[in-house]
Design a protein around this ligand. Structure first.
Ligand SMILES: [Zn+2]
Length: 473
């Protein structure tokens, strides 16, 4: 089978199927799409032959990704082969029709190429900036939208791995969501461009284009993506009900969870419908008052698996809240939790008999209170957001006559409750059951995985350092 953008390979004739014959015949007439040596030549400049065919292969794989709806896929095919009826070559003799109508309205003449519509136009740049922001908020993955390889071809840079297979797996799990978001964004940008173009060249005189501003495009993207996530959810629910029971860590629901929920792109809302976190209408509200410090905590509990015992960990992040509500990072910290069940040799460093979710939450609350006490000495007001109402309730002093059940976390909770009362009104507790930020969740998960019970502290602009347990108290 001759070389295409995939390397050449041999087919054993004894086992050849119709598919092999068809693919061999197709490969013989394969030509590289003309657009990649003309219009998109700059996106392939400076690559070796091997890198070039890798990139072509990734573009081809992106086109056929199952997360992309058919309408968007068709548009993506046309865009990649540069077949849109626009720009200087297709509209050579039609005056200023070859120019970008949006830029013309602003008094700028720019040729209306596919790269301009999808990347260079001020409208496109505003849309991509918002898309990158919401993507980073939801998934904690930064995107460089100044690179047309990302915006036009839709290729995210490979994960700078450093051998971290879990980070690589998370990067891979985000691919369906990214494919959907990218394909939808390209189509909505193109539709807005066409509306602007038609309005500008309306024979009845230039008119105001409708729904062509970045905010309209972003709303259309959000609505489309939200519908597709609902569709993926319905598909997963249907497969779970209609197909034979899948084993652990497989099956439609597991895949849906891995691609859409665990990535932070969506979550399940009340009523069992998925809620999209991309370009959400309102930004998450901060309950912290301006001028104070907001501490969020998270915890992770990984069940025993094979020879690995149960593990749990805590993580926190602290942000200073500015006068107009913007957040500046102050510190983030995490650490694994030692319990008598798994760390019998650690003596007084163990916090409870065994690992439970509430033990982990209480340890996280304890570390947050420790840091809050430091901040209070500096005269700052502090708000601590806990993701669990139970944890917040256990931090309140017991009412007279109220008997708390003998749970694993009772001792540590009553310690925390005393500490909280000593801190007085400068420190407030707040329950925020919205989804824990991905960065926090990953930090707690990584700490549980590493099992390092020292406190890992990182302050922006300084290197991460570890504090052994003895100095924490
Ligand atoms: Zn433009």
């Amino acid at each position: 089978m001759p070389e295409t953008c995939k390397p050449a390979r041999h087919v054993c004739l004894a086992y050849a199927t119709t598919k092999d014959v068809r693919q061999t015949l197709l490969a013989q007439t394969w030509r590289e799409p003309r657009s990649f040596t003309t219009r998109y030549a700059t996106l392939f400049a400076g690559l070796s032959t091997q890198e070039r065919s890798t990139r072509l292969r990734r573009v081809a794989a992106a086109l056929t990704h199952p997360a992309i709806p058919e309408v968007e896929r068709h548009h993506l095919y046309v865009t990649m082969h540069h077949g849109h009826w626009q720009g200087g070559i297709k509209l050579r003799d039609r005056g200023d029709q070859r120019l970008c109508a949006t830029c013309l309205r602003a008094g700028d003449s720019q040729e209306d190429t596919a790269v301009h519509v999808a990347h260079g136009c001020p409208t496109a740049r505003a849309v991509w900036a918002a898309v990158a922001r919401t993507w980073q908020e939801a998934t904690s993955e930064p995107l460089d939208v100044t690179d047309p390889t990302l915006t036009v071809l839709g290729l995210r840079p490979r994960q700078p791995s450093g051998g971290d297979s879990r980070a690589e797996a998370r990067h891979r799990a985000r691919e369906p969501a990214w494919r959907l978001l990218h394909a939808v964004t390209l189509l909505k940008l193109h539709q807005a461009r066409t509306r602007a173009h038609m309005a500008y060249h309306d024979p009845k005189g230039p008119r105001e284009p409708r729904q062509a501003k970045p905010k309209h495009i972003l709303r259309a993207i959000r609505q489309r993506c939200a519908r597709m996530v609902c569709y993926e959810h319905a598909k997963a629910v249907h497969s779970t009900q209609a197909e034979p029971r899948a084993g652990p860590r497989q099956g439609a629901w597991h895949t849906f969870h891995k691609h859409w929920l665990a990535t932070g792109v969506a979550s399940m809302a009340k009523g069992g419908r998925p809620r999209l976190h991309l370009l959400a209408a309102a930004p998450p509200v901060s309950h912290a008052a301006p001028g104070s410090t907001h501490i969020r905590v998270g915890a992770a509990l990984t069940p025993a698996k094979g020879k690995r015992p149960t593990a749990s960990a805590w993580a926190l992040e602290a942000h200073d809240v500015g006068p107009d509500g913007e957040m500046t990072e102050r510190l983030r910290a995490s650490g694994a939790i030692a319990t008598a069940a798994t760390h019998p040799a650690h003596g007084q460093a163990t916090v409870a008999k065994r690992h439970t979710w509430q033990v982990a939450m209480q340890v996280a609350a304890d570390r947050a209170l420790l840091y809050a006490a430091q901040l209070r000495r500096k005269g700052r007001r502090v708000t601590i957001s806990l993701p669990s109402a139970t944890t917040a309730r256990d931090l309140q002093p017991a009412r007279p006559g109220e008997a708390r059940p003998r749970t694993s976390h009772r001792d540590i909770a009553s310690n925390n409750s005393r500490k909280l009362q000593l801190l007085g009104t400068q420190v407030t507790i707040n329950v925020d059951t919205a989804v824990t930020p991905q960065r926090l969740q990953h930090a707690a998960g990584a700490a549980a995985h590493s099992g390092d019970i020292r406190m890992q502290v990182s302050v922006p602009g300084r290197a991460m350092h570890a504090i052994p347990f003895s100095q924490q108290a």
